[in-house]
Unconditional design. Structure first.
Length: 278
């Protein structure tokens, strides 16, 4: 702490400002203060016949604190039902994510949370999840065209998935992420039932998203060779894709592009780091 004696005081006036000894300055200050006190007593407080001076101390005005912003109560978390009874709850929440009339057809099945977990797990492992979402199967069959001796995918095949893409692309991104986070306890429970007690589902979801984002955009119809009962791509990089990636590729370049864009948006909204995505 700085003390009074730490300062050097110079006499006012001209000259070189010779420094006074420190003790002398302090003594002079004390004397001056005493003289001032005596003078006040002499002129104001001297004499028995002088009426006492009442000192009126005005109370400070009440200090009114500035109004604070009203504190809004935290919204109560939704009452999440048990996994076995969650279909109606999840169905209502998903239906609110899009005004597309076709979304309702995706919600007719039972075990929505369990089905979602199985499909994501299949895609993450590269397995085609078609058997778990038969209600999403296109109405028309897969067709090919012949270009001389070369067999190619009929571009009209891509039209079979336009409705799927429109529904998925219409989903509210922030709402989809909030729904996932809200129902994550149910999702984790279903994932444990699937035989994954020690592996968090969010990692599996991330792998599934990455697998689909790694599917290339193929603008020109791909050539095929028949390999009953299926077809194989003559292009080795395409043929080396996993079954779930090939199924996604079959949606066509425009649809793949839309779905990949929405997938990325939802993944980022959930909290998956952009640096981890292709």
């Amino acid at each position: 702490m700085t003390q009074l004696g730490d300062f050097q005081v110079k006499e006012p006036g001209g000259g070189d400002g010779v420094e006074q000894p420190r003790g002398r300055i302090i003594s002079a200050a004390v004397v001056a203060l005493l003289a001032f006190a005596i003078g006040v007593y002499w002129f104001i407080g001297r004499g028995d016949d002088a009426p006492p001076v009442e000192t009126v101390v005005e109370a400070p005005p009440d200090v009114i604190p500035p109004p604070s912003d009203p504190i809004e109560p935290e919204p109560e978390p939704p009452n999440i039902p048990a996994l076995n009874e969650s279909d109606a709850f999840v169905r209502d929440l998903v239906a609110a994510l899009s005004a597309h009339p076709g979304l309702a057809s995706w919600l007719v099945s039972d075990g929505i949370v369990r089905r979602f977990v199985v499909v994501v797990d299949n895609i993450a492992d590269g397995t085609n999840p078609a058997q778990h979402v038969m209600f999403m199967r296109p109405d028309s069959r897969f067709t090919t065209t012949a270009d001389g001796e070369t067999l190619r995918i009929d571009p009209r095949n891509h039209d079979r998935y336009d409705r799927h893409t429109q529904i998925f692309g219409s989903l509210d991104t922030r709402g989809s992420a909030d729904l996932f986070l809200m129902t994550q306890p149910l999702i984790d429970e279903a994932y444990v039932e699937l035989g994954n007690p020690d592996r968090p589902f969010i990692g599996t979801l991330e792998r599934a998203v990455i697998n689909l984002l790694n599917v290339p955009i193929v603008e020109n119809p791909s050539s095929l060779i028949e390999h009953a009962p299926f077809f194989h791509y003559t292009d080795e990089p395409l043929q080396s894709l996993s079954p779930s990636q090939k199924q996604f590729l079959a949606m066509g370049p425009d649809n793949v592009r839309v779905v990949q864009t929405k997938l990325r948006e939802i993944a980022l909204a959930i909290g998956i780091l952009d640096s981890r995505l292709p």
